[in-house]
Design a protein around this ligand. Structure first.
Ligand code: SF4
Length: 322
């Protein structure tokens, strides 16, 4: 199933396997490995989160909406599609439940012939040994499907992590990355650009750090200020301002220039619910933002890894990603 192609370089170090984009997008990755694109359907499996249920905190991360960062997610049983897809367990913390319940939920998804693989959004402090052992069992039971883990790191900087109430230290994250890598479980890391108090160089440090550890994918997300969150209160008090589109494109392109080309880029904007979006409002026009990004990258001759100083393998994290 895994059909890794050797990179063929076009001019300006842009490999053919990126299929015309200036970064290694998830669509390109699927074209290279499966021969076709794959949609992701966000699922709400009814989990909660230790950062919301009072175990760590009752308030949640400062930017997190009532929907637990899964505002478009639907129950698995309501999905109707004839196309193969990725079952994305997005809402709240996707491993925060008894192992027997997780086994039933993930097993049911993997057993579905239309599910090509599952992607589970969780926290690095919610991956105990029993959960890791479950992933091992599921991988053995479904060798032709993939299991991905998505971790919301947002930043490597501890002072920002404290402000956003992330609730775990960077060391916890890096330990989880290596434990998952030892099981050949690819990890997608969520990073937020534009967090209050972060300079551009701090954001570059975060993406450069991810190039040095075994990370399969990245979601580069613009900070969205959503109504009803504590972040919205700070925004309305004027303690920080949201990025303009100009600022965001500048930072995003710089981050892509510094990002290891081995990492698959799963997202370069954000998908906040429009009815909750307080700022920045320009981000609701996603197509316009993407067009501007691609246009500007071409004008500047920017491309993922332009300033990357490490090795290039295009191995996508682990050799058995799919
Ligand atoms: S860990 Fe995720 S679900 Fe939990 S509060 Fe933070 S963003 Fe929300």
């Amino acid at each position: 199933m895994y059909n890794k192609k050797e990179p063929v370089f076009l001019k300006n170090d842009i490999p053919e396997i990126w299929h015309g984009k200036r970064y290694y997008s998830l669509d390109a990755y699927f074209k290279n490995t499966l021969g076709h694109k794959l949609n992701k359907i966000a699922i709400d499996a009814g989990f909660t989160c230790p950062n919301r249920d009072g175990t760590l905190d009752a308030r949640g991360c400062i930017f997190c909406s009532e929907g637990g960062s899964g505002d478009f997610a639907v129950p698995f049983s309501s999905i109707e599609t004839d196309e193969p897809y990725i079952a994305y367990f997005q809402s709240y913390t996707g491993t925060y439940a008894p192992v027997s319940q997780l086994e039933q939920i993930f097993g049911q998804a993997l057993a579905d012939s239309k599910v090509a693989g599952i992607s589970i959004a969780t926290r690095p402090d919610c991956l105990p040994k029993e959960v890791l052992a479950l992933f091992g069992r599921l991988k053995a039971a479904y060798p032709r499907k993939f299991i991905w883990i998505e971790l919301g790191l947002q930043t490597i900087h501890e002072q920002t992590a404290l402000y956003i109430r992330r609730g775990y230290a960077l060391e916890c994250f890096s330990r989880a990355i290596y434990e998952l890598d030892s099981l050949h479980i690819p990890v997608i890391v969520h990073v937020i650009l534009g967090l209050p108090g972060e300079s551009e160089s701090m954001m570059l440090e975060t993406v450069e750090y991810l190039g040095r550890i075994p990370v399969f994918g990245i979601k580069l997300q613009l900070l969205h200020v959503l109504r009803g969150t504590d972040l919205a209160e700070d925004y309305e008090k004027g303690t920080f301002s949201a990025l303009t589109m100009e600022e965001y494109l500048h930072i995003l392109i710089n981050c892509l220039d510094h990002l290891s080309p081995n990492i698959v880029v799963h997202r370069v904007t954000g998908d906040g619910p429009k009815d909750l979006l307080l700022a920045p409002l320009w981000s609701a026009e996603k197509k316009k933002v993407l067009n501007a990004l691609h246009h500007r990258m071409k004008l500047q001759n920017s491309y993922q890894g332009k300033y990357w100083k490490g090795g290039i393998s295009y191995a996508s994290g682990t050799s058995d990603t799919l």
